[in-house]
Structures are given as C-alpha cells and as structure tokens.
Ligand binder design. Structure first.
Ligand code: FES
Length: 168
C-alpha cells in the first residue's frame, strides 16, 4: 500500500487536525506554513558528474537516426534524457524536458524521425517537434511560434570501447 500522502491530502489533514484541536491560525500563517513544508518536499536535487552508457548493449542505439529515453537517478533533476545516434560514431544527448511547459518529450519513434512533445505519450505536451540531430525546435507548440530547443547535455563517445560518457 502506498503510504505517502499527496500535498493536497497533507494540507487537508493538517487543516482538519487544527480545527479538531480548536487551533485558530490566520489563513496567511497557515498558508505560509503549508507552503514551507511543500517546498522542502519538492526540492530538486541535481547531481553533477558522469554517466557511462555501453552502446553495444543498447538495442535502441544501433542504427543511425534511432534514439532512446533514459533516466539516471539524481541527474537532470531526475528527468529523462534523450540519446540519439546521429552518425556511425556520433551521438547527441538532450534533456527530455520541453522548454515550452516542461512536459517530457519522446525519443524518435522511427529511424530519423523528429523528437516530439507528444500529448498522446504523456498526457502533456503540445506537439512541438525537435531535430534529433541538433535539438532545435522545428515545429512550435500547437503549430505556433517556436518556444525554444532542447537543452544539449555534453557527451563524448569512445568508438573503440563503444562507451558514451554523458557529463551532467
Ligand atoms: S510542453 Fe512541449 S510543446 Fe508544450
């Protein structure tokens, strides 16, 4: 059973407990108290360092134009990254966080296809599209004005060992 309370459940519990005990706190003070609890819980910890990917064992990275979505605990604020094989011995790594409204983009669905911020995939996203080679936005949200490309995460590839090193 999941015993973690959501912020809304916690807020409701504290308010009910306070009223049962006859505690009278002004609305502003209570809001500040609740917000301070929530801020700690939502604090994002982003680690710096390197992660290595053994490309030889990644089935989604064998063909030029293919890509995968991966999450590395603690890195990129615990949000996924998109790794794309852009050439025989070249790769690009992007943060999967869309710069429009922070939905998570999907890896290319077919060899060479764009990265898409797809509502169908995440129940979030407005169909912006991004180049799998550069991360530049090629179609804006809802077909409108561009809102910015994907953040490039530095990486280097050793063709001899077939190891991709991502530097966060
Ligand atoms: S959040 Fe990606 S297009 Fe809106």
């Amino acid at each position: 059973m999941n015993e973690q309370l959501t912020n809304e459940q916690r807020r409701s519990f504290i308010l009910k407990a306070g009223s049962l005990l006859g505690v009278s706190v002004c609305a502003g003070s209570m809001a500040a108290f609740l917000n301070s609890c929530e801020k700690d819980e939502n604090k994002i910890v982003t680690a710096t360092g390197t992660v290595t990917v053994n490309v030889a064992s990644e089935t989604g990275l064998q063909t030029v134009g293919d890509g995968v979505k991966k999450t590395y605990d603690g890195y990129n604020a615990n949000k996924p990254v998109i790794i794309v094989k852009t050439g025989v011995d070249t790769f690009m790594v992007f943060s999967a966080v869309c710069n429009h409204q922070q939905c998570i983009v999907s890896a290319p669905k077919a060899t060479g296809s764009n990265i898409v911020c797809s509502f169908a995939d995440n129940k979030c996203g407005h169909e912006a599209e991004f180049s799998p080679v550069t991360g530049v936005q090629t179609v804006g949200p809802n077909g409108g004005a561009a809102s910015g490309g994907l953040t490039v995460i530095p990486s280097s590839y050793n063709a001899s060992t077939k190891v991709l090193t991502i530097t966060f």
